[in-house]
Design a protein around this ligand. Structure first.
Ligand code: SF4
Length: 358
């Protein structure tokens, strides 16, 4: 019976049909299906659309902390007492140096992330100037995550050469009030619709482990499918001490793998990213995640460190994958160094490596 269910999944995805909620519940249920067989189904589509390529992204926390919103998963929110180092927008000099560094580290995409509700019109003008300079200097795609934007702002960013706009949906509509009360799911959706309407590719992710159930998860995959999100970062909650959500709920390495499989099956052509928390929650199954996901972050996340570059690149190579970069993998590996598993919050020097010290 189970064998035929794998065939049904394959047939539905091949026919561009969404899985049903019942299918999704089975995919996520550890007692019902074999994880490796499920992964094989997901891998067929990962291979069909992305071959053995892994896209590497590097995040730059352009502005840190001081956010008035109350997102319960976020160390930068008004409700957090996490000991992060807040700072206003970095200088252009720092941002451009970090873009160069991202390019030289093999990243295909450089993401500038701002804390806060959304950018002012002055901030958008500033971003326009920065995007143009980065695109002139490097063959790298640029993504911005700056909170809520309207259509005019999205148009300006698109005209400057922005490739993608990130704004995460995070969870399902009906679960949203459990993770944030200062804005709504509809607010978030509006920004994504504005970005798409202006021709920007949309990156919109989720955070797993905040107490959502299988139906919520299905709804997230379905809504991102309907939205046509080109990129979906799948984050697994990192319960940083001081944030309102004290623990990640219901995550095991096998479950996290199935979540990645479900996102691949529901969004077969999307760039599915193993994002924050991959090291902690996938554990020793992390390399298997590459058979469903085709993308990851290098150099950690917004406020927390990730595995050292050398470990991540070695994992990609050992699993038989390679990265989309102008710089050959072996050259990157020979340059990479650092401890294999650095942990904890990033220091100010890590967040601002190119800050000009007085
Ligand atoms: S997720 Fe964004 S909007 Fe929410 S608190 Fe963090 S920085 Fe602010």
């Amino acid at each position: 019976m189970n064998n035929s269910f794998y065939d049904i999944l394959t047939k539905k995805v091949t026919n561009n049909e969404a899985l049903s909620q019942e299918d999704a519940v089975r995919v996520l249920d550890l007692g019902q299906l074999e994880t490796l067989e499920l992964l094989q189904v997901a891998y067929q589509f990962r291979r069909q659309y992305f071959g053995k390529m892994v896209t590497v992204h590097i995040l730059n926390n352009v502005q840190n902390g001081m956010c008035p919103e109350d997102c319960r998963y976020c160390a930068q929110s008004a409700s957090s007492s996490a000991p992060i180092e807040p700072y206003g927008m970095k200088s252009d000099e720092e941002i451009l140096a970090e873009a160069a560094e991202a390019h030289d580290s093999g990243a295909m995409r450089y993401c500038m992330v701002f804390s806060g509700t959304g950018p002012s019109y002055e901030r958008v003008d500033h971003l326009v100037r920065l995007i143009k300079q980065i695109k002139q200097r490097h063959k790298i795609e640029v993504c911005v995550s700056a909170g809520a934007v309207d259509r005019n702002q999205a148009r300006q960013l698109k005209e400057a050469g922005l490739d993608r706009l990130n704004h995460n949906l995070n969870t399902s509509e009906k679960y949203y009030h459990h993770i944030c009360t200062s804005h709504t799911y509809a607010d978030r959706l509006q920004t994504l619709q504005a970005a798409h309407a202006e021709g920007l590719a949309v990156c919109s992710g989720v955070i797993i482990g905040m107490g959502e159930n299988a139906q919520d998860l299905y709804e997230m995959t379905y809504n991102l499918r309907e939205l046509g999100a080109e990129s979906i970062p799948v984050n697994f909650l990192i319960p940083i001490p001081g944030i309102a959500l004290k623990e990640a709920r219901g995550l095991s390495p096998e479950y996290c793998l199935r979540v990645l499989c479900l996102f691949r099956l529901m969004n077969p052509k999307a760039e599915i990213r193993m994002a924050a928390g991959r090291e902690i929650h996938l554990g020793s199954l992390e390399p298997l995640g590459l058979f469903a996901a085709n993308s990851l972050f290098l150099q950690g996340y917004l406020n927390t460190r990730g595995a050292a570059d050398v470990r991540t690149l070695t994992m990609i190579k050992d699993a038989g994958f390679t990265i989309s970069s102008e710089i050959p993998m072996d050259k990157l590996l020979s340059r990479s160094s650092g401890p294999m598993l650095p942990e904890g919050l990033k220091s100010l020097d890590e967040l601002r490596p190119f800050k000009v010290r007085e």
